[in-house]
Each structure stands twice: as structure tokens, then as C-alpha cells.
Design a protein around this ligand. Structure first.
Ligand SMILES: *Cc1c(COP(=O)(O)O)cnc(C)c1O
Length: 385
């Protein structure tokens, strides 16, 4: 009997590939703790099953973008420490405490409000201090090498933060803006976080337990970012994709394969127009497969007339505009393709290519897959519930 979930379009999430990527990344940073990024529903893979797998594999920590994502993990029974990377409104500090979530703090005002809430609740909130060394997003600002006043100010403010009651500063970190681009800029950012740490030492601040800076691109490109830092923080690499084009893949495998089942194969004559706007016209008598997958599933419309999907061992081009629920694929050169055959759209050798073609990054393609795509989980080669 046809499974309704795989009748049209679906995603297979291979937890064995996740485990292999996890081990490979750990091997690149021996001795460092491992924080697994599961924000944005684990980059579209499903936060709870991925977090469960990472916890079983021995990851040290998880990170999410917001409180709601952290609560989802706790309600599912995850016990690993969870770091919330985004701002949490201080009015919701009670939930951080209730669910045992570690909060990023990047400014003194937020720290004061969280401290007051923790004291009022009679509890201690775990925090990681964020330093903005050149990303321009969140954190205590130290941007300019040799800017003694900024360094002094960052040191003074972080010292004041760490002295607040009700807060336990477990970690300190920064985030690189261009680790898949400029080594010089990344290295400046690295020097700045070290300067801030040095400034804090000079102020007699006790060492933090956890220091971190390296997301996927830094782990893959710059092993030196691990010097004096004791945790890595990869996301996209864990899911088996490269952060940007032109990077060498050390053997990471895409965890997710998106598949779609050919609805029908039709013979159309030379000259026939394909899809909205008549953006494609057949140059020869052709076999056209209709694939029930479109931008309503998260396939970027920007890939119209560009994407290639894998049917059997043949790459077949998408012709014309991608519609909301369907796209058309030229299978003239892939003899024997018939209704019910399966096309791989993202997956090994496909996801990154599609991202660069669409002028974006694999992160966006994975995150924008919609709930209409059922996620199926494979472990030890078999589907798990
Ligand atoms: C998303 C994110 C990461 C992970 O980045 P990848 O490029 O996916 O490895 C790490 N740290 C912070 C602060 C992030 O926001």
C-alpha cells in the first residue's frame, strides 16, 4: 500500500549521517566540548529528533534561537544544557529559570533586568556573555583593535554583569562575521575576544568554564580558532552542508534528502510552452515529468529553469517556472522514467548546488522547507517513529 507520507514529496533525515558528521567534527577539535545548533527546527530537520540524537551521541550542549525553541526541547524531555542565543524579554526570565535554559547576555541593561527577575524568583540564571568583536549583532562591543577605551568599557561592563546577584556567568563567546570569507578579519575578531578575556583576567574575574567562538566555517577553515577556546558551535556542518561556496568538504554528508514522486510523464511536441509565463519552450519532442513539489513546499521559485533533480542516476533539468505545488522536469534523456519513480531534489551532491544556483546558502533552502514536507527519520538504515 502506498504510504500517504511518501506519495508526493518528503524529506528523509538520516540520523546515521548526523552521527558520522558529529564524530568527524569532534575529531577536528579534539578536547573541545561540542555544542550542537538546533535552532530553526534544527535547520529544518526537526529539533526534537535531532536533539535526542545529539544527546545520545554525547554532545555537551544545544543552542536555540529563542525561548520557545528551548521550551520545546524541555517539554520533549531533553536534559542537556540549552543555550538561548537570542534576546529573551526580561519579563519571561521566569520561564528561563523554570525550564533551566542558559541565556546569552550581551549588554548590561539586559543583565540587570534578568538579575532582578532571578533574585525575585529566588533562583540563579546561567548565562553566557556575548562579545561583539565585529559581527555587529549582539554583544558587549569591542570592535577596533587597539581601542583601549572600548576594551576598558567592555571589561568594566562585563565585570559589572558578572557581579550581579542571581546570575551565574558560565561562559563567554563571540561570533565570526566572515569565517567563510576573510581569514584576516576572522583573525582580528579572534584577537579581540582574547583581548577581552585578558582584560577580564586583569580585573581579577574568575575564569569562565566555557569559551567559544567557532561555528561551522571556523571549525572547517581555521583550526587555530580552537586555541584557548574549549567548545565548538557548529550548525550547518553538522547537517552536512558547507557554509559557503568553494570550501573543501572533509567528508561531511547531507543529513537530509528531499524526494518527490513523479506524478505523471507526458509526451509533448517541439514548440510546446512549459509553465507560467511560458518561460520555457521545447526544442524537440520531449518527455516531461510532472513533479509534485513547488514553492509551497519551500522549493525556491528562483530555481525555475535552473534546478536539476536526480532520477535514477540521471540529472534532469527543471523546465519553466516552479509552481506552488508542482514543477516540470525534462526526462527525455532519462529513458524509462514513469509515474511513481522517485526524484531526489536535495541531498548528497544536490543541496549545495541548488543553493549556489538560487543565489543563496544551504541554510536558507533547508530552513524554508514547509510543514507540507513530512520528515521521515532513518536510524541504522531503518525508519524510526
Ligand atoms: C547559527 C549560529 C551558529 C551556527 O552557525 P553555522 O554556520 O550553522 O555553523 C553558531 N553560533 C551562533 C551565534 C549562531 O547564531
Amino acid at each position: 500500500m502506498t504510504d500517504i507520507r511518501t506519495a508526493r514529496a518528503w524529506a528523509e533525515v538520516n540520523l546515521d549521517a548526523l552521527a558520522r558528521n558529529y564524530r568527524l567534527l569532534r575529531g577536528l577539535a579534539p578536547g573541545a566540548k561540542f555544542l550542537g545548533l538546533v535552532k530553526a527546527d534544527a535547520y529544518g530537520h526537526g529539533a526534537v529528533p535531532v536533539a535526542r540524537k545529539l544527546q545520545a551521541l554525547g554532545a555537551d550542549m544545544l543552542a536555540v534561537a529563542c525561548l520557545a525553541e528551548a521550551v520545546q526541547l524541555r517539554e520533549a524531555g531533553l536534559t542537556l544544557p540549552v543555550l538561548c542565543l537570542g534576546q529573551t524579554p526580561p519579563e519571561l526570565a521566569g520561564l528561563l529559570l523554570e525550564y533551566g535554559v542558559t541565556q546569552t547576555v550581551g549588554d548590561l541593561e539586559t543583565g540587570r533586568a534578568l538579575s532582578a527577575a532571578a533574585v525575585a524568583a529566588g533562583k540563579t540564571l546561567n548565562i553566557h556573555v556575548k562579545v561583539d568583536t565585529g559581527m555587529g549583532r549582539l554583544g558587549f562591543v569591542y570592535y577596533q583593535d587597539g581601542d583601549e577605551a572600548a576594551l576598558e568599557r567592555a571589561g568594566r561592563e562585563i565585570q559589572a554583569l558578572c557581579a550581579l546577584p542571581g546570575l551565574e556567568a558560565e561562559g563567554i563567546f563571540t561570533h565570526f562575521a566572515d569565517a567563510d570569507g576573510s581569514e584576516a578579519y576572522t583573525s582580528n575578531q579572534y584577537d579581540r575576544i582574547q583581548d577581552v578575556i585578558g582584560e577580564l583576567w586583569d580585573r581579577g574575574l574568575h575564569p569562565f568554564q566555557i569559551y567559544h567562538c567557532a561555528a561551522s566555517a571556523a571549525v572547517l577553515n581555521y583550526p587555530w580558532t580552537q586555541n584557548h577556546m574549549n567548545m565548538i558551535r557548529p550548525g550547518i556542518a553538522l547537517y552536512g552542508c558547507m557554509p559557503g561556496p568553494g570550501m573543501e568538504n572533509p567528508g561531511l554528508e547531507p543529513v537530509m534528502t528531499v524526494k518527490s514522486r513523479v506524478a505523471v510523464v507526458r509526451d509533448l511536441p517541439a514548440g510546446a510552452k512549459i509553465s507560467y509565463g511560458r518561460a520555457a519552450q521545447l526544442e524537440r519532442d520531449s518527455k516531461i515529468a510532472v513533479l509534485p513539489l513547488g514553492y509551497g513546499d519551500g522549493l525556491p521559485r528562483a530555481l525555475s529553469n535552473q534546478l536539476e533533480v536526480l532520477i535514477g542516476d540521471r540529472l534532469c533539468p527543471v523546465l519553466g517556472r516552479i509552481c506552488m505545488d508542482m514543477c516540470m522536469v525534462d526526462v527525455t534523456d532519462a529513458p524509462g522514467v514513469k509515474a511513481g519513480d522517485v526524484a531526489a531534489v536535495y541531498g548528497p551532491g544536490l543541496t549545495e548546488k541548488a543553493a549556489w544556483l538560487a543565489g543563496t546558502i544551504p541554510y536558507e533552502l533547508l530552513c524554508q522547507l514547509t510543514p507540507r514536507i513530512p520528515r521521515l527519520y532513518l536510524e541504522n538504515g531503518a525508519e524510526i517513529p
